[in-house]
Design a protein around this ligand. Structure first.
Ligand SMILES: Nc1ncnc2c1ncn2[C@@H]1O[C@H](COP(=O)(O)OP(=O)(O)OP(=O)(O)O)[C@@H](O)[C@H]1O
Length: 590
């Protein structure tokens, strides 16, 4: 599917920068041409100067500067080597700059694609993954991909071309030693990499132990009061001590074994190097390999380590990237919210709602709402009651357009939810939650949701109705007070009133109160609803509550039990019949 992140998709994004890619590769080839001869230059002087067999360098230097001493031959070639190294440094910086820019572009486009998709994802789908895992995908997994893309873009072709160039040079110098180096060196490096992976696994174990300890201790400290209240200090701290012990064990394993593995892998490398040296000496003794060229070959043993290492890194980066891609694609598999084109007239502030045979499930094996039908006329005040878990909040979320129904239909001014534009729906409906979601920002931001056109007067008016004015007035920083993460610096009741003030500012046509005043004392709740009366006069109001006093004045009360409407009527009608409602009233009276 071309919607997914795949190697092909990444390649396509890389090609968006065709010009830079081509320039990058040309400069890469220049870099290779500069760097590959370097290990050859000084060793050649062993033959030409020390062993007095003048050839390319000595002859050319003689031609340019006249015959001179060993000091000048060595100085001139050293100067050339240093010059090439400096030029190589600058060229490689340019190459890195070009490829990093390209790969960061690709990473950004992937993140952008994920965010653009997430923005439109339907709530039920979003909850199936959860914010934690999506956050991890967006940060860690995209970083893993980034690492892979940077490595591939900047190193893949460079490494292959460098290896080819070195192979040509060393096989030309001496086929036997050349082939030996070309085959044995990569094997040694693969072996080292495997050993390094073992160390990596041990490190992972250690990290996991640290993470477990951290999570455990965070929870224990966060819930310190609760733990003390239930006399469970011993149990929780013992658990933390066990987790700390696990860090001791895994760290110990990692530390000594990683050193042992590292030394082992270096020893293998040194053994191979000694074998190459012996082979080199033998070839000098028994064939026509010169001493200078033998030294050059030793130089190339070090030289090819980088490209071989880079190719191995790409291979491992690809394995991690494949895992990351699978996880990232899970986000792209989340279904988008269906969005229709028809809009509600936001000026008239009139919305008739009709639920028709509405059913809904979170998981296919359990239907949470079963065939629910009722109408709510614009301006009507209705209430929904029912036992905990009966499905009230789910109905509120469906009416607000957060969850997509599973079957049946729901109409707003005779427009089916299927054809309705969700933004226009949410402009007209406001769901006031029991536990409002607050941003770690100022009271002002949380009330206006960042809308800077709302004046202080309007905010204060809303705060007065929401019974929060005095509280805010007594705060040193007033509306500029930061509420803390999830509104931690406010009490539960203050958060609920803040959410009501936010609703007043939003001024919707339909208000759904889902246990939105449960944290308030009855006196404040009565005062709040009496102040709200005028504001809610023409609005449609759906109240979900467990308190009789909150729902009893509704024009229509729907009693939900196990996802079905089991009773409907006003307080007076329902009170007179045997059934769930009467039970509800009796319980409250007790
Ligand atoms: N996000 C979810 N994923 C899966 N199941 C859920 C989810 N939210 C609610 N449920 C289940 O759906 C059923 C109805 O839950 P809902 O929150 O609508 O009940 P409620 O009547 O509002 O309860 P309460 O009065 O306790 O708030 C419950 O069985 C609940 O376990």
């Amino acid at each position: 599917m071309n919607n997914k992140i795949s190697l092909k998709y990444i390649f396509k994004l890389l090609l968006d920068n065709k010009k830079s890619l081509i320039i990058g590769q040309i400069i890469t080839i220049i870099a290779i041409i500069i760097s590959v001869p370097i290990p050859l230059l000084l060793p050649l002087l062993v033959d030409e100067v020390l062993l007095k067999k003048p050839d390319f360098f000595v002859n050319n230097i003689n031609e340019l500067f006249g015959t001179t001493t060993a000091f000048y031959y060595i100085a001139i070639v050293t100067f050339i080597v240093l010059f090439l190294r400096v030029i190589y440094f600058f060229v490689s910086v340019v190459v890195t700059k070009i490829f990093t820019k390209i790969s960061k572009y690709v990473t950004f486009r992937i993140r952008e694609k994920l965010l653009n998709h997430l923005e439109l994802v339907n709530m039920n789908e979003y909850e199936s993954l959860g914010s934690g895992s999506i956050g991890a995908n967006l940060v860690t997994d995209v970083n893993t991909l980034d690492n892979f893309i940077v490595t591939v873009a900047s190193k893949f072709i460079t490494s292959i071309l460098t290896l080819i160039a070195v192979a040509i040079v060393i096989i030309t110098i001496d086929p036997i030693l050349g082939l030996m180096i070309l085959f044995i060196q990569p094997i040694i490096m693969i072996l080292s990499k495997k050993i390094a992976n073992k160390t990596g696994l041990l490190k992972k174990e250690e990290n996991r132990a640290i993470e477990e300890f951290q999570n455990n201790i965070n929870e224990t400290l966060d819930l310190f009061g609760q733990i003390k209240a239930s006399n469970k200090e011993n149990f929780f701290f013992k658990d933390s001590i066990n987790k700390a012990k696990n860090i001791q064990k895994t760290s110990n394993e990692f530390n000594y074994k990683s050193v042992a593995y590292e030394r082992f892998s270096f020893t293998i490398f040194l053994i191979a190097f000694e074998i190459f040296r012996a082979a080199g000496l033998l070839l000098v003794a028994y064939s026509d390999l010169s001493i200078g060229l033998m030294f050059a070959m030793f130089g190339y043993i070090w030289f090819i380590m980088t490209p071989v290492q880079d190719i191995l890194t790409i291979q491992y980066a690809y394995a991690s990237a494949k895992g990351a891609m699978t996880r990232i694609n899970k986000i792209l598999e989340l279904k988008k919210e269906k969005n229709g084109t028809l809009k509600l007239d936001s000026k008239s502030k009139k919305v008739d709602i009709s639920l028709q045979n509405l059913s809904f499930y979170y998981n296919e094996d359990k239907e949470v709402l079963k065939n629910i039908s009722f109408d709510i006329k614009s301006g009507e005040k209705i209430a929904i009651i029912g036992a905990s878990g009966s499905g009230k909040t789910t109905i509120a979320n469906i009416i607000s357009g957060f969850y997509a129904k599973s079957s049946g239909d729901i109409f707003y001014n005779n427009i089916s939810i299927e054809n309705l534009n969700k933004q226009s729906l949410r402009e007209n409906i406001f769901l006031v939650l029991q536990m409002p979601i607050l941003f770690n920002n100022t009271l002002r931001f949380n009330i206006t949701m960042g809308n800077e056109n709302i004046s202080n007067e309007e905010i204060f008016k809303a705060l007065k109705i929401a019974q929060l004015f005095e509280t805010v007035e007594n705060m040193t920083n007033g509306l500029d007070t930061i509420v803390g993460k999830q509104g931690i610096r406010l009490s539960g009741g203050q958060r609920q009133r803040l959410s009501i003030a936010r609703m007043i500012i939003a001024n919707p046509a339909v208000v759904i109160f889902d246990e939105s005043t449960s944290a308030l004392d009855v006196h404040t709740e009565v005062k709040l609803f009496s102040e709200l009366e005028e504001f809610l006069k023409d609005k449609t109001v759906i109240t979900i509550a467990h308190r009789l006093s909150t729902v009893k004045n509704a024009q229509m009360i729907y009693v939900i039990d196990d996802g079905k409407v089991v009773q409907r009527g006003n307080h007076k009608e329902l009170e007179e019949k045997e059934g769930h409602y009467l039970e509800f009233v009796k319980k409250q009276l007790i």
